[in-house]
Design a protein around this ligand. Structure first.
Ligand code: SF4
Ligand code: SF4
Ligand code: FES
Length: 218
């Protein structure tokens, strides 16, 4: 056991106040950030708000920023002195919880699902190899926090998660829309000189999604 200080950026929607609070917590070797948060919640402060679900890197619910980088809390080792904050570039609801609806709205407004409605199960069709590398996306929206261009209020730019979704649709043999044209309309050309996207699951967003939408397949 080691006593660690954990700094947490908190937000109170009732007062609009933001503050950083430091908690002292006992950490075991190999404890994750999520285990540290649960211990703080149970032993120090039950008003702390954060999300989690599967505890095994499958649901994406626990995504947050650790020292400024998007991470899954359940898959990141906790350390003394770490700073936890909600995903930037997205509106905060309370403490470490951000508002997913800011991105959810784009999925319906941009029709980011197979069009026309599914005719065949994908399992019966062959898909390009790149599809298999992208389909592991958890839809956690963590990558949106790594993008210097994305702003949830600006609908003219899709952002990394939207480009991953468009790339998956482009590679899906059932989809009949022109997803490359849609990506261009959502500003993918602005990515030409950038490679800042980071995925919490290690998906190569710049190469496998954006590069493919830009016609830069390697
Ligand atoms: S390449 Fe850069 S600008 Fe484009 S989505 Fe990724 S981080 Fe954002
Ligand atoms: S690409 Fe990665 S970071 Fe972005 S939503 Fe999917 S799993 Fe999350
Ligand atoms: S709790 Fe499900 S991915 Fe972390």
């Amino acid at each position: 056991m080691q006593t660690a200080n954990v700094h947490i950026e908190r937000y109170d929607p009732e007062s609009g106040a933001c503050r950083t609070e430091t908690y002292s917590v006992e950490l075991k070797e190999n404890d994750t950030v999520l285990q540290a948060l649960l211990r703080i919640y149970e032993e120090r402060d039950s008003t702390l708000a954060f999300r989690h679900g599967c505890r095994g890197s499958r649901c994406g619910q626990c995504v947050l920023q650790v020292d400024g980088m998007p991470r899954l809390a359940c898959a990141t080792r906790a350390r003394d002195g770490m700073t936890l904050s909600p995903l930037k570039n997205l509106p905060s609801l309370r403490d470490l919880i951000f508002d997913r609806s800011a991105v959810d709205r784009r999925i319906s407004s941009q029709r980011l699902y197979v069009m026309p409605p599914i005719q065949a199960a994908l399992g019966e069709l062959s898909v390009p190899e790149a599809y298999g590398r992208l389909i592991g996306c958890l839809e956690c929206y963590g990558c949106m926090a790594s993008c210097p261009r994305f702003d949830w209020r600006d609908e003219s730019f899709g952002g990394p998660y939207v480009f991953v979704r468009l790339a998956l649709l482009h590679l899906d043999p059932r989809d009949q829309e022109d997803r490359r044209a849609q990506a261009r309309a959502l500003g993918v050309d602005e990515c030409a000189g950038c490679s800042a996207c980071r995925c919490v699951k290690g998906i190569a967003i710049r190469r496998d999604a954006i590069g493919m939408l830009l016609g830069q397949e390697s």
